[in-house]
Design a protein around this ligand. Structure first.
Ligand code: AMP
Ligand code: GLY
Length: 436
């Protein structure tokens, strides 16, 4: 156990529902002296002070931390991590002393480059779909892959593409044309290299750890609902809801995940001397009772965070501080056995075109349901208005999933704004809320 500086000044970087959930959790810590969120949103302002600095303005963030004696920085989203915020803080003599939760730029490549992640998994024999890496130079290998008949074809832009860089196609001609578009820059630089992989048919779930690169602590698992439409149909979104725990994730399955995926990943990080002090989000799929990695993310998930943090029954701040300082002790976390169900309210039209600026009402009348704000702003009149595709994440923690779902769903009905849309079937595939 490291010695804590009595209490801490903390800065959270980001402005979504995930960051609101982090702010809500961290503000409950007796070790938290002062909490800032950059840039935050009207929800994070309920738990700390918002600072109008963009998440990717590292100079301004560094200056703010120095001037305000920030002790600990927690980075929420992937973009600043992939762009090297941790390296910037650690190489500047004036910010070197500040503890920062997040991987180095090199470690963040586990999310920032699909090719890097696949090569890493291959090297450490971590179960994942078979793949090839393609650029315009070796495009013939892709045609051979398509010829081999491994349908459907999964095409992934190598770099960050805001959750839209994965395209799954059944038709070989369409796959060839899409691949060419991607390599010619349909996702900008991110798709100048493409990973093509075998399709894995199974059920997805997400596992999270906090690691200092040597030791790790397992956080509660979750399942998120990526598609816009009920019955998991339509376009992919950032996530329309989440459930934690996941009923099919038994302790036997988790033991397999630890043995075959988590431990070899930490071992690989260690082996390659990657500076990784932050969260790892394992996007997994269960195929014939065996877990495979679909993707790594170098941060917590959104809206998974809104479902898992309310189940953690202890102070997160000391663990974050120990992580940042390389002093994490492996142990089991105190997690509520209760279930959390999160429903995301979105603007109709999301994930494509949608209107914003509509007043939101009833957010303060939700009883046991937590409202974590995402795309929310305050207008000149002081009204709370919609300001994004994903607007508010509503989480209830209850004795069981059915009660949690029912309560989150009635809160979802109650919160009102024009063009509101949400999925009413969160958890149904897990047997939650069916036949009620
Ligand atoms: P990713 O951005 O890598 O998480 O991919 C987005 C979504 O595409 C995943 O959540 C899966 O639903 C799907 N997906 C990605 N890779 C595969 C694969 N190899 N087999 C089946 N589905 C996949
Ligand atoms: N909900 C999926 C993600 O955060 O990437």
């Amino acid at each position: 156990m490291l010695y804590y500086i009595c209490t801490m000044v903390v800065l959270i970087v980001g402005n979504g529902g995930r960051e609101h959930a982090l702010a809500w959790k961290i503000s409950q810590s007796s070790l938290c002296h002062e909490l800032f969120i950059a840039p935050g949103n009207p929800g994070t302002a309920l738990n700390g002070k918002n600072v109008a600095i963009d998440s990717n303005d590292f100079d301004a963030l560094s200056k703010f931390c120095i001037e305000n004696n920030v002790d600990l920085v927690v980075v929420g989203p992937e973009t600043p991590l992939v762009n090297g915020i941790v390296d910037v803080f650690k190489t500047n003599p004036n910010t070197q002393h500040i503890s920062i939760v997040g991987p180095s730029e090199n470690g963040a490549q586990l999310e920032g480059s699909k090719a890097f992640a696949k090569e890493f998994m291959k090297k450490y024999q971590i179960p994942t779909a078979r793949y090839i890496e393609v650029t315009l130079e070796n495009i013939s290998e892709a045609y051979e892959f398509f010829n081999s008949g491994h349908k459907p074809y999964v095409l992934k832009a190598d770099g960050l593409a805001g959750g839209k860089g994965v395209i799954i196609l059944d038709d070989e001609n369409e796959a060839r044309a899409t691949l060419l578009d991607m390599l010619n820059g349909s996702f900008g630089l991110a798709s100048r290299k493409v990973v093509i992989e075998e399709f894995l048919d199974g059920i997805e779930f997400s596992v999270f750890v906090l690691t200092d690169g040597n030791e790790y602590i397992l956080l509660p698992e979750a399942k998120d609902y990526k598609r816009i439409g009920e019955g998991d149909t339509g376009l992919n979104t950032g996530g329309m809801g989440a459930v934690s725990p996941v009923p099919f994730v038994t302790s036997d399955l988790m033991d397999k995940v630890v043995k075959k995926i988590i431990k070899p990943t930490i071992q690989g990080i260690n082996d390659q001397e990657i500076d990784y002090k932050g969260f790892i989000f394992f996007g997994l799929i269960l195929v014939n009772d065996e877990p495979f990695v679909i993707e790594y993310n170098c941060r917590l998930g959104d809206p998974e965070t809104e479902a898992i943090l309310p189940r953690i029954n202890e102070d997160l701040l000391p663990l974050l501080f120990d992580t940042a300082n390389g002093g994490l002790k492996a142990r089991t976390l105190d997690v509520l056995s209760d279930s959390a169900v999160t429903i995301m309210l979105v603007s109709n039209g999301y994930p494509q075109k949608f209107k914003k600026g509509y007043p939101i009402s009833n957010l303060d009348r939700l009883g046991d349901c937590h409202a974590f704000y995402a795309g929310v702003a305050i207008n000149e009149k002081g009204d709370i208005i919609t300001n994004g595709g994903r607007v508010v994440a509503l989480t209830t923690v209850a004795k069981n999933g059915n009660i949690a779902l029912e309560n989150s769903r009635s809160a979802a009905e109650k919160v009102s704004f024009e063009n509101k849309y949400f999925r009413r079937d969160i958890g149904f595939d897990l047997g939650i809320g069916v036949h009620q």
